[in-house]
Design a protein around this ligand. Sequence first.
Ligand code: SF4
Length: 514
Amino acid sequence: VTIFVPRDSTALALGANETAAAIAREAKARGIDIKLVRNGSRGMFWLEPLVEVATDAGRIAFGPIEEHEVAGLFDAGFTTGGSHPKALGLTEEIPYLKKQERLQFVRVGVTDPVSLDDYLAHEGYVGLKNAIAMEPAAIVQQVTDSGLRGRGGAAFPTGIKWKTVLGAEAPQKYIACNADEGDSGTFSDRMVMEDDPFMLIEGMTIAGLAVKATEGYIYVRSEYPHSIANLNEAIVAANKAGYLGENILGSGRTFNLQVRKAAGAYVCGEETAMLESIEGKRGMVRAKPPLPALQGLFGQPTVINNVISLSAVPLIMSRGAEFYKNYGMGRSRGTLPMQLAGNLKYGGLVEKAFGVTLRELLYDFGGGSESGRPIRAVQVGGPLGAYMPESLFDTPFDYEAFAAVASTVGHGGLVAFDDTVDMAKQARYAMHFCAEESCGKCTPCRIGSTRGVEVMDKIIANQNRPQQIHLLRDLCDVMVTGSLCAMGNMTPFPVLSALNHFPEDFGDQKTLAN
Ligand code: SF4
């Protein structure tokens, strides 16, 4: 019998290794022959460690199972269909999972992440095989036709970026994957790298074929040791099997890939600061132009995409642009792996087509707040995302719909707060975060964020509030229009959204009319 215990770091943090070891021990002691597979996580974190047993009808789930509960599981005969209080039925039938539209995350939690055979058995490398038979321009066209837009937050059309790099003449081109997932409450990149690393590797290889780049880098934050380990293991396996390196699948094409470990600076998630860091320099933002697509890594044309964007590519190349494009709404095509975090009952990963509303995610999936109190605010898109009040919970996930309410989809992370949150303190936190993480290159961000913290302190201390709030708005205006990169010009998003949607937390607003 095959038993699955996740190796994803969320599951590990909750004791999956201990549970797995206990299962192996108990099986041996009882003379039961088992095959223990360390799969990725299904993304239902409140159920981790989630133990699954393969049956003819599908996998049966039990969870959460801690080490001390393992003997009881065996006593109940869980490997032979016995019932147990923690039995959850068929995993695929669990509503949280069943209601999703898992296109990209279809293998996540299902396969052994570092098994190439498992990847191949689940539609792996079909996209690359198709791409190898195509001209570079045709690959770029297929990605363009799919409507894929950058999932790191900027939402720039991926195909257009690739076209620019393809059209650039240069002796060397690069693919750089931004895996410096620094946004609060986000983990979709991590789950791809830990739980389905071949998908990212295949996506980058296809990108290399599409723009004629032969070298790729994955820039992974150092806080993700399991991602780095799994990627490196998968890269070795892909090279050995001819899916990476010289003469890929006998095509004569080359693509080499390596992982670079980041050093903990949030700003290195900004694409040009990331390039500086990969080059071995201090992570400072570069002024644009020149665009990285023309002069990027080591001054050469470079495709820079986020993990989720690149790992959408194998699917687009295996199923076709139309298949992908048929999901979504407006100009937001395909699906987005959304990450539910903060004060929610059921935190985890939910992949849905664009168009799902914030309310559906918070209540139908998230189950409302964990504290049982009303959800008052949700920050979407990381620490530089807006705080959205209940009145905006019906906003559909769509880049344009979010922009229309002065918010951003960002990387799809949601952090929920109940009604005990103090929004003035959250606004101060945003300024403080910017002051801590600013690269210091431009004045509005470097000085503005420090002055912003001071102003917020005065507002919180109720010192001449009307004047200070006026000053705060002025400062935000300067930061939005005058900063060189998103760090400075997005910090006002959380600050202004807190001020505009939750004025009661900033004192009496009537005096501000003028
Ligand atoms: Fe650096 Fe901030 Fe200016 Fe960006 S906005 S370049 S992080 S100082």
